[in-house]
Design a protein around this ligand. Structure first.
Ligand SMILES: *Cc1c(COP(=O)(O)O)cnc(C)c1O
Length: 355
């Protein structure tokens, strides 16, 4: 398939790069392609960023066939542009698409299109410390019908957003509300897919936790409300007796985070034992009481590694690492961003060059 490039005649105003926040600004261009049953993917183009025309009866507005991804591009000190494990994102999108009965994309074509888009908008990549260009690929069902059925047509798009550091005032441990009423995903559901509905359903628990003064929610499993699943839209890690513990992927209820996978690999390379086993919330509180819960953190592309300073469960609160950033947490964060920003050797082949 050919990628047609249609450049904007009206470049947009660049934002103040020292105060970007997350996901507030978008670059000059977007990449789009369309799918129709019988025809497959076609009409791939890079075009000016702007509104997408859709029928009011389009599938996505009513039955929510939608998947998305999130990854970042970086400018290294020597002016090179890099991506972090981008193939993993497109492969994961195809797994999400499979669950939502949506068509697969060609991973190589998506990656080449993304690189062309980034090169065209390369001036939008911020260079201030710990800033990056956030990349949001997504796909929606576009068939115009109110029948509950698998859409016969789709739109795939990639948009780009320059983002600031997640920690403008330095990395601060978060206080987390352990959610015992609402769940995020159930066995057999769509928890392992990055699909809009999961996030729509998580907004109410997050709202209620924020009203109680917490910044995020830790979700428990949907059957027993006993085992740790995820922290908001990031994967949960605990350091107990100097070993790392994280939720296994087998249940299909958590998202297989690429930051999670990278963190596990780096920890193992530093000689830290990593246990991918179900962790009961009662046991975590018990370990804390025994002084064996040393650190906790959450991983995801946006914040990379976010230290957890406090957990609240059924009215009981525990402080972790004395509310400070733990040593292992800090070391894993430093190691990971050094690879992502090209400040350290990448022994894993994770960094993909764009130029
Ligand atoms: C995106 C996401 C993550 C983190 O995945 P990364 O690949 O590390 O960004 C974790 N949990 C949920 C629910 C997510 O949507």
């Amino acid at each position: 398939m050919e990628l047609i490039i249609n450049k904007t005649q009206n470049p947009r105003q660049k934002p103040d790069y020292s105060n970007l926040g997350f996901g507030n600004y978008f670059t000059d261009h977007m990449m789009t392609m369309e799918y129709d049953e019988g025809q497959g993917w076609h009409n791939a183009q890079i075009q000016p960023y702007g509104p997408i025309p859709l029928e009011p009866s389009a599938n996505v507005f009513h039955y929510g066939q939608e998947t998305f991804e999130g990854l970042k591009a970086y400018k290294t000190k020597d002016g090179k542009i890099t991506l972090f494990r981008p193939r993993e994102n497109f492969l994961r999108m195809n797994r999400s698409n499979e669950r939502l009965c949506m068509p697969a994309i060609d991973v190589d074509f998506a990656l080449e299109s993304l690189k062309a888009l980034i090169m065209l908008d390369s001036e939008w990549i911020p260079t201030e410390k710990e800033t990056s260009l956030y990349i949001r690929p997504f796909m929606i069902g576009t068939e115009a019908t109110l029948g509950v059925k698998i859409s016969s047509s789709y739109l795939f798009a990639i948009i780009l957003s320059p983002v600031g550091t997640y920690y403008p005032e330095g990395m601060k441990p978060t206080n987390i509300y352990v959610e015992s009423k609402y769940i995020r995903a159930a066995v057999g559901g769509t928890g392992a897919a990055k699909s809009a509905g999961n996030y729509a359903a998580s907004l109410k628990p997050l709202k209620e936790a924020k009203e109680k003064g917490y910044s995020q929610v830790l979700f428990l499993d949907g059957i027993e409300r006993k085992y740790v699943e995820e922290v908001g839209t990031s994967n949960a890690f605990f350091v107990i007796d100097s070993e790392l513990y994280t939720t296994p992927l087998e249940s299909g209820t958590i998202l297989a985070g690429i930051t999670r996978d990278s963190t596990i690999a780096i920890a193992e390379s530093q000689g830290i034992k990593v246990n991918e086993v179900p962790l009961a919330i009662d046991d975590i509180f018990e370990f804390a009481a025994q002084g064996r819960l040393e650190e906790a953190f959450a991983t995801g592309t946006a914040a990379v590694i976010s230290p957890i300073g406090q957990l609240s469960y059924n009215g009981n609160d525990i402080a972790i690492s004395g509310g400070e950033i733990g040593k292992i947490t800090q070391s894993l964060y430093d190691s990971l961003i050094a690879i992502q920003y090209g400040d350290a050797i990448d022994p894993y082949g994770w960094v993909e060059k764009v130029n």
